[in-house]
Design a protein around this ligand. Structure first.
Ligand SMILES: Nc1ncnc2c1ncn2[C@@H]1O[C@H](COP(=O)(O)OP(=O)(O)O)[C@@H](O)[C@H]1O
Ligand SMILES: CC(=O)N[C@@H](CCC(=O)OP(=O)(O)O)C(=O)O
Length: 267
């Protein structure tokens, strides 16, 4: 099965056209691929925290997560966002099943750093793939909210890109990180360009020089980590153009492809 994990960024969730969901259902129905959706929700979490007068801050694109912030992140992502995506897919004729990483220990989680300096921010230690297989075998499209738990039941807030890469890695699928930009961009000679592909070395240099910043940092790092763990292909795509997703699935150029090293040209 040609699995593709689609990470739907919080930046585009509210603005994605119905044609995007139609495309996801089409890809599944035509057996072009088996989509698995992992979503984010940063802007909606920000909005909910603001309404509750809770201050929030990010370090290298990861949200510092106190217990209070964790509860809000779970409410927003595993609650309203997850079910909204399920509803949109069902409207287009798909069978979508919304779960979070907490359900059936889908995303077994450990703290992202041993000192827990970011609070309850997790990274995926193990993906319980058997439950995903079960949903897939029954014709479903899994929709995953990136809240996970450790073996004691402690919940963690996981960056959506990191969660998506872990799922793609566990199932040896492809990874498409869908956001509000056409790819990784850079201003060169006064003109904004979109990189067609970037290597690990180029990515680290662009992070160091500030060309890649904020939420793009966990995105490109997750794309790279996935590749070293067996993800077949990692790409950053524009959510506003559903054709980009189709092009990617057909092996055509779309967005920014993240690669380990420059492919050697044989003559
Ligand atoms: N070099 C770059 N090219 C494009 N976007 C970048 C770059 N560096 C940082 N960004 C920022 O990363 C954002 C995408 O990350 P994020 O807001 O976390 O998206 P999402 O919610 O879709 O995961 C872009 O909207 C942009 O502001
Ligand atoms: C730890 C951490 O940063 N978690 C993210 C989870 C949501 C997410 O990843 O949303 P985007 O898709 O909008 O980036 C957060 O709290 O914002």
């Amino acid at each position: 099965m040609n699995i593709v994990v689609l990470k739907m960024g919080g930046s585009v969730l509210a603005k994605l056209p119905d044609s995007f969901y139609k495309m996801v259902v089409y890809l599944k129905e035509q057996n072009i691929c088996q989509p698995i959706i992992v979503h984010g929700g940063g802007p909606e979490i920000n909005h909910a925290l603001k309404q509750l007068n809770v201050k929030t801050e990010f370090m290298d694109g990861l949200r510092v997560t106190t217990k209070e912030v964790l509860d809000v992140a779970e409410m927003v992502m595993s609650g309203s966002i997850n079910k909204r995506i399920v509803g949109k897919l069902q409207k287009e004729g798909g069978t979508a099943i919304g779960i979070s990483g907490v359900d059936c220990s889908l995303l077994q989680t450990i703290p992202v750093d041993s000192e827990c300096s970011l609070g309850f921010v997790g990274q995926v230690e193990k993906v319980n793939t058997s439950w995903l297989q079960l949903i897939i075998e029954n014709g479903g499209i899994p929709v995953i909210s990136p809240i996970g738990a450790d073996i004691s039941g402690q919940r963690y807030n996981i960056n959506g890109d990191m969660a998506a890469a872990a799922v793609a890695q566990a199932l040896k699928g492809k990874l498409a990180l869908i956001s509000d930009i056409p790819g990784v961009m850079e201003e060169i000679d006064g003109k904004k360009i979109v990189h067609e592909q970037l290597t690990k070395e180029e990515i680290e240099a662009k992070i160091a020089s500030g060309i890649i910043y904020g939420g793009m940092i966990p995105k490109v790092r997750s794309a790279l980590k996935g590749l070293s763990g067996g993800v077949k292909e990692s790409v950053i795509l524009n959510g506003f153009d559903p054709e980009d997703l189709k092009k990617f699935m057909e092996g055509k150029q779309a967005g920014t492809k993240v690669i380990q090293n420059k492919e050697v040209q044989h003559v």
